[in-house]
Design a protein around this ligand. Structure first.
Ligand SMILES: Cc1ncc(COP(=O)(O)O)c(C=O)c1O
Length: 397
């Protein structure tokens, strides 16, 4: 008789299964992809080829457990220069994206039922990670300056009263996904005052810090913290490509030491060698180039939204990042309409429920990414989407 593995599953393993990769629309506004046309294939090939001839023999041995040392040295220099973070290569752990460090941090801090605080609308990948760790996720509202410190204070105090001091507050302080705001310096300080007072750490996810097309850069929360209470993650996904699968973390010594105990898998030395050389030689110029490309795409999407949606919806106007957050009419069910739009007009987007801690709120919201398609396609796709949503009665009157 065949063994039934379902009876053997560990607690807290979510339902799920294999399946095809979700279908992508011709107008793919669903995922925060970088621009495909400016991917620097030739330069990466050049760097990979040089790296292999210089240090290729190192591939014969298992890499450093924290990941390729020269790349960790580069990351330490980059975050010092751009985010005012003092770290050495020893203080950096590479991950196969920034998702892996977020998972490692959650694994060492979160017991089932522990409270973790996020924004009211927040990146679904982190929500899924927290769900896997059976966290009790509580959302806090924000305004254009970022998370509301009084609401945060209230939410932490409430959890403490229940005997569940939050394990951390998750903040995407620069170009919040999906809402697009950057937390102002004043607000960062206010939020830190609240978390310090309650003895709760912050996980700062800074993976969009380089994707800025306007406005002023704000220093990292890590830099503003003087109580060793901020953990920091970053990524190469949005400035080179998700396919490179490279991210990183730094933080207090205890966090880094314990994170290594739950780290699984290895970071590809092969990829890291190429990325380190590419980053030192070309990354600054590449970021400048992709930002000027993305600025044009953002403007194309904003202009077509103005033309096609008029007063039928409200949407964000971000200075960077890769997405626009939109509110349709209160009764619109964007969960079913996202499936229907993909089917009928080949336009992909995510419904707001993907970004809500309870997984159910946000049916009348959507996130639209402008990173992947070219400006003409964006205009075409937004035109189709406007007509479709008007026909479906999803626009505000
Ligand atoms: C806010 C945020 N954090 C982390 C990630 C994960 O990125 P990575 O590819 O580095 O794992 C994403 C990807 O979209 C993101 O939007």
């Amino acid at each position: 008789m065949a063994l039934d593995f379902r009876s053997l599953l560990a607690d807290h393993i979510p339902d799920g299964g294999r399946g095809a990769r979700p279908r992508r629309g011709k107008y793919d506004f669903a995922v925060a992809y970088p621009d495909p046309v400016s991917l620097p294939h030739d330069k990466i090939m050049e760097c990979l080829s040089e790296a292999l001839s210089e240090t290729g023999d190192d591939l014969a041995v298992y890499p450093h457990p924290q990941g390729n040392t020269p790349l960790r040295e580069y990351v330490a220099e980059k975050i010092k220069r751009e985010r005012d973070i003092n770290a050495t290569a020893d203080d950096i752990i590479l991950g196969n994206g920034s998702g892996q460090p977020i998972d490692m941090i959650s694994a060492i801090l979160v017991n089932p039922g522990d409270v973790v605080i996020t924004d009211e609308w927040v990146y679904g990948g982190t929500l899924n990670t927290l769900r896997r760790h059976s966290a009790d996720i509580r959302g806090v509202s924000s305004d254009e300056e970022g998370m509301d410190p009084e609401a945060l204070d209230f939410e932490i105090a409430k959890a403490v009263q229940e005997g569940k001091r939050p394990k951390y507050v998750y903040l995407i302080a620069t170009f919040q996904n999906p809402q697009g705001f950057t937390i102002t310096k004043r607000r960062r300080e206010q939020l830190l005052e609240v978390t310090h007072r309650h003895g709760v750490p912050i996980l700062e996810d800074d993976c969009y810090a380089d994707n800025r097309y306007g406005g002023e850069q704000v220093t990292s929360m890590y830099n503003l913290d003087d109580q060793n209470s901020v953990m920091y993650v970053g990524s190469f996904s949005k400035i080179i490509a998700p396919g490179m699968s490279l991210g990183y973390m730094t933080g207090p010594d205890d966090v880094l030491d314990r994170a290594m105990t739950v780290k699984s898998g290895r970071i590809s030395e092969f990829t890291a060698m190429a990325v380190e050389k590419f980053a030192r030689r070309y990354l600054d110029a590449h970021v400048e180039e992709i930002n000027s490309i993305q600025r044009v795409k953002r403007d194309a999407m904003l202009a077509s939204l103005g033309e096609n949606f008029g007063t039928g919806a409200e949407w964000s106007d971000p200075d960077g990042g890769l997405y626009i957050w939109m509110k349709l009419n209160d009764d619109a069910d964007m969960v079913s309409l996202s499936a229907k739009a993909l089917e009928e007009i080949d336009v992909g987007f995510h419904p707001g429920t993907n970004y809500s801690p309870d997984g159910a709120s946000g049916r009348s919201y959507i996130r639209l990414c402008y990173g992947y398609n070219q400006p003409e396609e964006i205009e075409e796709g937004i035109g189709k989407l406007g007509d479709f949503l008007a026909k479906e009665g999803a626009l505000q009157s």
